[in-house]
Design a protein around this ligand. Structure first.
Ligand code: ZN
Length: 110
């Protein structure tokens, strides 16, 4: 008859209680896992990548969909996410700066 309770109220230590304990442990594990999933999402908040340019106009990029736009917007014009932070990528500035220098040198050579 006591099996009807699935061992949940069995305190005589015959081992059946372990199922309830396992269940509770699973529920706690599940809750903890859900919490850590939430913090993972915070790590992947959308951000805007600003690309300063030397020759052409500055560009900004969406970290989610990769859209490029010329204004420093707070949200993406393509996918609509709100940017949580801004990062700067000056690689393209240096590339254009190098191009400009190479071009100037060529011009001087004439
Ligand atoms: Zn986007």
């Amino acid at each position: 008859m006591k099996d009807l309770w699935g061992g949940m109220f069995d305190f005589n230590g015959d081992g059946v209680m372990d199922i309830g304990e396992e269940y509770l442990a699973y529920k706690i594990y599940e809750a903890v896992t859900e919490e850590s999933d939430d913090s993972d999402d915070e790590d992947e908040k959308p951000y805007r990548i600003d690309h300063p340019h030397y020759i052409t106009d500055d560009e900004s990029e969406c970290s989610v969909c990769g859209a490029r736009f010329s204004k420093k917007l707070l949200s993406c014009p393509r996918c609509g996410v709100r940017f949580d932070s801004v990062e700067k990528d000056e690689e393209e500035w240096y590339e254009e700066f190098d191009e400009e220098c190479a071009w100037d040198e060529e011009e001087e050579g004439w």
